[in-house]
Design a protein around this ligand. Structure first.
Ligand code: ADP
Ligand code: MG
Length: 686
């Protein structure tokens, strides 16, 4: 067992003696009655009047008050979509965009199947998945998708309202949207701009938008008792599992929400929970274990919203998505290990990595608040009160200050915004990061020496992927291998969820994975998996037999089809390497020559910055340790690991990026020790 001590209380504005949960009662009422019961409803008229009277309105409201699902509907009912005008509501997360759109479609009683091209008034659009049509006037979309809308419609002329939702999340894309929308609003006085956020940061948003008024939706919050562990927990995953069972056995009814950092962790925790419940059998009441994370298929996502059967308890194991983007009814207990997965970026080395880090105090309090929505709740923090006080940052640093900016700079350049140093940022990115992004885009050939977009840069911006991946796709034309490169690109975009490794069949699963290994490296392994799957007729049985995740493959196929559809726009023809994988590897190198490492006496070092890095143990090259390689991404766990690595030859770097590498820096340190060579090397001969 884990010992918790009760320390503080999150104040509520409702009396603690509230009814247990209203979910079951609500189920019986009509969906319209539920709508009327939301905190935003009494303010409907007042809110619409404020929107009518002001071009920009900041809306602040407790999570779950109805901002995301209700306000766009009010605007629809009020006629803001007359004459086919559209309403955009942005979400930082894809799951939220999908799930909210599905909910709103149900509330409005319109058809919504989550399929491509469904003719409906409500839809969503996320990268590689456009579920809207001409008739879709209510559009939920990721903030990144609205950014891309600027490319085709720089003044957003077909939109009457843009609602930037979850603004407090301060994602990179949301921050860039602020600057662009502020500008558009100046020359489109009829455009309405709403900035919606949980109760954080609203004063800053108001100042940024020339002192726009703030509309507050009073919250409905029950007190939440906060408990801390007595001592730090070494293994928070194990501690989570134990605590959930402890809550389940000792606490009165009410569902549990657990915050973990990502899919792998969530799947592991769910498996452990199910395992232990099975072993306890009928000694405990039924516990429904439900995961929710970005790549979860939508039918599984929907399950978290289904009411808990009487007598049972539900535990939802979620990423940050459940912190403010999604509200699950009936949660009384929150279990918070205090971590989240965060990107960090070092502009000096140009290295971006994804790390599990302690969350901020603001974030911890949002999480705790999720326990007090329907009744008085409890939040169990898997860290000490001292750690909360002394080790957590007050707020999370905005993403723009801890990520690479290549993507966004390319987009802004394509929109004709040249002077990035003076772009209207809510918080500016570090100067060095901006500079490095410009340098990288120059090295990739997207910008010329004056910082202007080149023809190739324009094409790169057309593809909805990172500049390096775009470059790789463009380079496949030269090496006549676009068929293979498209597959690699698609597989990379779903990469960490290809192989399935159930606990009870680890050996079989690992054998199956090794069977896909091809000399050359992980990119070719991905290609191999996809090719064999395609040859099986895209069969789910084949996936099952080979320990490959069918839904990841299906997604890769979707992504591949979309990218293929864009090839014509970027003037790349379809061609195959016919088994000559050197060409595929060279095309990949043409995009990723920035991400290279070489083997030295003391392990791998990145070529330019001389950082120490390691091959991920899952890699097909883990045991071979080739001299030169490139990596797709770095992940910092216990060490700086390179994930998805490909063996290359140093001479290729000179071939694909002669402006970036000099022959001298690619000389092999081991070669120097050898007796003087007779004749000239290939490089010296040119
Ligand atoms: P806010 O944006 O202010 O956080 P929302 O509009 O997201 O609030 O949520 C309002 C209500 O709608 C919540 O009570 C939530 O439980 C409910 N809701 C949202 N999405 C779904 C869904 N997919 N299924 C069932 N209920 C949902
Ligand atoms: Mg919301």
């Amino acid at each position: 067992t884990i010992e918790f001590v009760r320390a503080t209380q999150l104040q509520g504005d409702e009396e603690p003696s509230a009814p247990p949960t209203s979910t079951q009662a609500q189920q019986k009422e009509s969906i319209q009655a539920v709508r009327r019961s939301l905190p935003v409803f009494p303010f409907r008229e007042e809110l619409l009047a404020a929107i009518a009277n002001h071009q920009v309105l900041i809306i602040e409201g407790e999570t779950g008050s109805g901002k995301t699902t209700q306000i766009p509907q009010y605007l629809f009912e009020e006629g803001y979509t007359n004459k086919g005008m559209k309403i955009a509501c942005t979400q930082p997360r894809r799951v939220a965009a999908m799930s909210v759109a599905a909910r709103v479609a149900r509330e409005m009683g319109v058809k919504f199947l989550g399929n491509w091209g469904v003719e409906s008034g409500v839809g969503y659009s996320i990268r590689f998945e456009d579920c809207t049509s001409e008739r879709t006037v209510l559009r939920y979309m990721t903030d990144g998708m609205l950014l891309r809308e600027f490319l085709s419609e720089p003044d957003l002329a077909s939109y009457s309202v843009v609602m930037v939702d979850e603004a407090h999340e301060r994602t990179l894309h949301t921050d860039i949207l602020f600057g662009l929308i502020k500008d558009v609003a100046r020359f489109r006085p009829e455009l309405k701009v709403l900035v919606a956020s949980a109760t954080m940061d609203t004063a800053r948003f108001s100042t940024f938008f020339d002192d726009a008024p703030v509309f507050r939706i009073p919250g409905r919050r029950f007190p939440v008792d906060i408990f801390y562990t007595k001592a730090p927990e070494a293994d928070y995953l194990e501690a989570c599992v134990v605590s959930v069972l402890q809550i389940h056995v000792t606490q009165p009814p009410g569902d549990i929400l657990v915050f973990l950092t990502g899919q792998e962790e969530i799947e592991a925790a769910c498996e452990m929970l199910q395992d232990r419940c099975r072993r306890l059998g009928s000694k405990i009441r039924e516990l429904l274990v439900l995961p929710i994370y970005a790549n979860l298929p939508s039918d599984m996502q929907a399950r978290i919203f289904q009411p808990t059967p009487p007598g049972a308890r539900k535990v939802v194991v979620a990423t940050n998505i459940a912190e403010t983007s999604l509200t699950i009814e009936g949660i009384i207990y929150v279990l918070d290990p205090g971590f989240c997965k965060q990107k960090s970026y070092n502009p000096r080395t140009g290295m971006e990595s994804l790390t599990v880090t302690p969350c901020s105090k603001a974030s911890a309090n949002q999480r705790a608040g999720r326990a007090g929505r329907v009744a008085a709740g409890k939040c169990f923090r898997l860290y000490t009160a001292w750690a909360y006080q002394h080790e957590l940052e007050e707020t999370t640093v905005p993403e723009i200050q801890r990520t690479s900016l290549g993507n966004v700079v390319l987009l802004l350049k394509s929109l004709g915004i040249h002077d990035l140093m003076h772009f209207d940022f809510l918080d500016p990115p570090p100067y060095e990061t901006l500079l490095l992004a410009l340098e990288q885009l120059y090295a990739l050939g997207a910008l010329n020496h004056l910082g202007e977009l080149t023809t190739s840069g324009r094409k790169m911006a057309e593809l909805p992927v990172d500049p390096m991946l775009s470059k790789m796709i463009l380079a496949s034309e030269k090496y006549s291998c676009s068929e293979e490169i498209l597959t690699v690109a698609a597989m990379l975009s779903v990469n960490n969820s290809i192989f399935y490794r159930p606990k009870d069949k680890v050996v079989h699963a690992d054998n199956a994975r090794v069977n896909f290994f091809l000399p050359g490296g992980d990119h070719l392994v991905l290609l191999n998996v996809y090719t064999q799957w395609a040859e099986s007729g895209y069969s789910s049985q084949w996936c099952y037999e080979n320990f490959v995740q069918f839904r990841s493959m299906r997604r890769a196929r979707d992504v591949r089809e979309q990218l293929e559809g864009l090839l014509e726009r970027v003037e790349v023809g379809l061609s195959s390497c016919q088994g000559d994988y050197i060409r595929v590897r060279k095309a990949i190198t043409a995009g990723y020559f920035y991400h290279t490492a070489r083997l030295t006496r003391s392990g791998y070092r990145t070529v330019k910055q001389q950082q120490t890095v390691f091959i991920h143990p899952n890699s097909s090259l883990f045991e071979q340790q080739p001299r030169w390689l490139l990596y797709h991404e770095l992940v910092l766990t216990t060490k700086e690991f390179m994930r998805q690595v490909l063996e290359i030859e140093s001479s290729w770097l000179l071939e694909v990026a002669p402006h970036y590498y000099k022959a001298k820096e690619l000389e092999d340190p081991h070669a120097k020790k050898m007796p003087k060579k007779i004749g000239k090397t290939r490089e010296e001969l040119g």
